[in-house]
Structure formats: C-alpha cells, structure tokens
Design a protein around this ligand. Structure first.
Ligand SMILES: [Zn+2]
Length: 348
C-alpha cells in the first residue's frame, strides 16, 4: 500500500488494493527521491585562507552558472553585504568540496551551502546543494550558492573574502582624531593657553634661596608626616634600631618608655581600672579601638604566633590599622544586644 502512495493502513487491504487499481492510485505519482548530495565528513573541511589550493573560479564561470539556470539572482550584492558567515574547503581525490554558511535574506537563520568543483573542466561546478527551500538536490541554483561562489572567487583572485563581521571584529575608532594634523609638531609650552598667570614651582622665593636648598627640601619632605610622596624614595630610611642601641642618656630605655606610654608595660592598678571603665562601650568607644590596636587580642593571637618573617610587617600594619569587620553574626549581635539587655533576659 505504501508503494501506491497510501497514507496509513486500510482495514481491508485487498479491497483497498482493488480500489487503488481501479482509480489509478488516486492520482499519486511514484515518489522520486532526489539525488542526494554527498559531502565529505565535517572533519575534512578546513577554513579557506590565502594558501588553500582552489580551482580558479572566475567571474565568467559564475556568470555561466547563472545563465545555465536562467536565474535572476542578486548573489553579488548579498555577498558584498557580508551575508557569508563561513567558507571551508575539502579536497577529495580530484574534486574540491566547498561548504559555506550563508545568512538567509529575511530570516534570522543561516543555510549550509555545498558546492562540488571539478578541476579538470577548469573549475566547473559539478554539483551544488543548499539547505534552503529552493536548494534541494544536486543542482541547487539559489542565491546562497552564488554568495558562496562569489566569496570563493574573491579568495582565488584577491586572497581576501568578505565575511559577516560581529560587532567586536571592527576596530574601535572613537579615539581617532577627526581632523588630521599636517604641520610640524608643536612644543607643549607653546600651545595656546587661556591662563595668563605663570605657575612658580619653586618652594622659596628667589631671594630666599639658601645654600643648602636640597637639604631644606628633604627635611620638609621627611617631616611632612604620613605620606608616600615620590621624593621620599630618594632619601634613605632612618635606622630606628640605632636609636635604641645608642648610648642612653635617660633612666629608661626608649623601648621601655614607648611601652609605658602605650600602657603596655607595668600599668598602675588605678590606670588598669581607668582603662576598664573607659572601654566598656567596646566598639563604640575610640579608646577601646586605640588599646586594641597595639595589643595581641584573641582574634589575632593565632595569626601572630604563626606569622612568618615575610608576612610580619603586613600583619603588624593590619593590626595597627584594622579595617572595620562586619559579618552576619556580628551585625545580628550589635542589633540585638541592647534589646536583650533591655528585656533583662540576661541581666548583665
Ligand atoms: Zn539556498
């Protein structure tokens, strides 16, 4: 029944066959299968570039192809408008197979186009096939085939091919000056300037220029305070240990004096009570922050005891100048501590 072009299977096949005979298969024609285009496997194809051996595809050949099918197609225009996405080629024996992807004119899709070239007949087009509605079989002559032929023809003649470009392929040109400057280069100081007053970069007036001007500038830079101004790189850092190792004129050494000043060494019982009282507000009190910054607390104890020489400087910097620490649990604690204290759940 299928051979007669019937759809589905009849309940009484013999009766149905008789009916088909009587009515000449109900007008169904013998289904002719199109000759299928056999392209090599995808892994044999390589992108076409200037070195790809290709049979000469001339303008005359493309013209002859168009005339053969008496087609009126705008393949050249579509090619110049960059409808071709890719073009690849594979050699199989004497034949050259070309495969390309061509954008559809009105839809946002692309068709795979195949062309088989015969080198013995000077690049004659042996077979062509396209995925579009008009390009079935092995004699496709739709505009997509022409776009591919124009692309490969250009590559043969000029070693270039116009392919579809994505937006990032185009070099940016918004920094390119609009006007081209042809004169000789100008010195920056001679550029036109609206400002009339001249800037004096000297720190001192000329009449006050002293003998040891350089030392004066160095001293000013060093005693400026906490800064990373570039001039400091020209000055050797002071040896802080030299002060400690130097002969002592005071009762206490400088180190001891510093530690006492920071209340890190032998604080009096009154002073201890004082610290306790003034830091009860914890993170809300600046004194609490100050005292914390020069002590090894439980939070950084592990880091300090496990620090290496190479990281100690960084760690000290981190402890001295801590970044505010925030996490979900700490935020929760800070928000709810006053509530709990107020409700006397835990009477502190
Ligand atoms: Zn097509």
């Amino acid at each position: 029944m299928k051979a007669r072009g019937a759809v589905g299977s009849p309940r009484e096949p013999n009766f149905a066959l008789e009916a088909y005979d009587r009515n000449a298969n109900f007008g169904a024609e013998e289904v002719e299968e199109d000759e299928a285009y056999n392209a090599p496997a995808a892994e044999y194809f390589r992108d076409i570039n200037g070195n790809t051996p290709l049979p000469p595809i001339t303008k005359q050949l493309i013209q002859a192809f168009v005339e053969r099918f008496q087609a009126q197609l705008n393949g050249r225009q579509m090619y110049e408008e960059r409808f071709l996405l890719t073009a690849r080629a594979a050699a199989d024996g004497d034949f050259t197979f070309i495969q390309g992807q061509c954008k559809a004119l009105m839809k946002k899709i692309f068709y795979v186009v195949d062309v088989k070239l015969n080198p013995w007949l000077v690049g004659s087009i042996e077979q062509s096939h396209c995925e579009c509605a008009a390009g079935s079989g092995v004699e496709a002559h739709c505009k997509h085939v022409l776009v591919l032929l124009h692309g490969v023809g250009d590559m043969v003649r000029t070693k270039t091919m116009l392919l579809h470009q994505v937006c990032t392929q185009k070099l940016m040109d918004f920094k390119r000056p609009r006007k081209v400057y042809f004169d000789s280069p100008k010195q920056a100081q001679k550029l036109p300037c609206r400002r009339t007053r001249t800037v004096n970069y000297l720190l001192l007036k000329e009449e006050d220029m002293m003998e040891n001007y350089n030392d004066h500038i160095k001293n000013m830079a060093v005693s400026y305070g906490n800064t990373t101004m570039p001039i400091l790189q020209t000055i050797r850092p002071a040896n802080t240990y030299a002060v400690e190792n130097d002969h002592q004129y005071t009762q206490k050494s400088l180190k001891d004096e510093l530690l006492t000043d920071l209340l890190l060494m032998n604080p009096s019982p009154e002073k201890m009570l004082d610290i306790e009282r003034s830091t009860r507000q914890q993170h809300q009190s600046t004194e609490w922050q100050t005292h914390r910054s020069c002590r090894i607390t439980a939070s950084n104890f592990h880091a300090v005891t496990h620090s290496k020489a190479s990281t100690q400087k960084h760690l000290a910097q981190k402890i001295l100048d801590p970044k505010p620490f925030v996490s979900r649990p700490t935020t929760h604690g800070r928000m709810n501590e006053p509530v709990i204290q107020k409700n006397q759940i835990f009477p502190f």
